[in-house]
Design a protein around this ligand. Structure first.
Ligand code: PLP
Length: 236
């Protein structure tokens, strides 16, 4: 576990140095379907950020005796239904929700978070369906400015942090740069310009096991790596 993590962190560091992001790239270890024991081993090896896709699974893990007292920073990276916003907000050590894709969902999460009366805002990202595939969630690229603006203007308990995409799962890099990553860069420039944001304050969450180095080269500051850390997943 610790040598796998070390290898990935080394690759992240060298890629981010080469591309000017300079160490400011966060590794989120995506632990969906993996048991608390493996998450604990990664935490003990120094990993702090973990990502989960299903609300119920995250609730169980965040409250698990092996994990509940640790200083873990949980990222929710799965599709969120509005009727689960309240349950998700109640998760201890929830640090970021990366998958806001409608104004209504943002509003629900804002009010759930506000009911908890915590001192800190909840960090969120806008998920964009950059590939336009029907199987993918996310707001359409042309809705990014409006949804971001809704969060900034109408959701005072949410801290807008950046944009997230899953994108096409297999891009052949010998054919050129990944169009999903390029589109994300354009969308970032667009919201910076149209909403008056600081460019260095807008993060991009993109890149998984297969392509996190290419994603960093394209401007990612938050890579989500699962199977390379924890092994391939089996679903029942
Ligand atoms: C599962 C998942 C990942 C990790 O994928 P790997 O290919 O196993 O690294 C990253 N992001 C999201 C949104 C996921 O659902």
């Amino acid at each position: 576990m610790s040598s796998t993590l070390r290898t990935i962190l080394d690759k992240i560091a060298s890629t981010s140095q080469r591309h000017g992001t300079n160490g400011a790239v966060r590794l989120v270890a995506v632990s969906k379907t993996k048991p608390p024991e493996l998450i604990r081993a990664a935490y003990d090896a120094g990993q702090q950020h973990f990502g989960e896709n299903y609300v119920q699974e995250l609730v169980e893990k965040a409250n698990h005796p092996l994990l509940c007292d640790l200083d873990i920073r949980w990222h929710f990276v799965g599709h969120l239904q509005r009727n689960k916003a309240k349950l998700l907000a109640s998760v201890p050590h929830l640090w970021m929700v990366e998958t806001i894709d409608t104004p209504k969902l943002a509003t629900s999460l804002n009010s759930s978070w506000s009911n908890l009366a915590l001192p800190q805002k909840l960090k969120v990202m806008v998920q964009v369906n950059t590939s336009g595939e029907e199987s993918k969630h996310g707001c359409p690229p042309e809705g990014t400015v409006e949804l971001t603006n809704h969060i900034l203007q109408s959701c005072p308990q949410l801290d807008f942090t950046g944009l997230m995409t899953i994108g096409r799962l297999s891009h052949d890099y010998s054919q050129g740069p990944n169009p999903d990553f390029e589109l994300m860069h354009q969308l970032k420039l667009k919201i910076v310009d149209q909403l008056g944001l600081l460019e260095e304050k807008v993060e991009l969450s993109m890149g998984m096991s297969a392509d996190f180095e290419e994603a960093i080269a394209a401007g990612s500051t938050n890579v989500r790596v699962g199977s390379t850390i924890f092994g391939t997943r089996t679903y029942n």
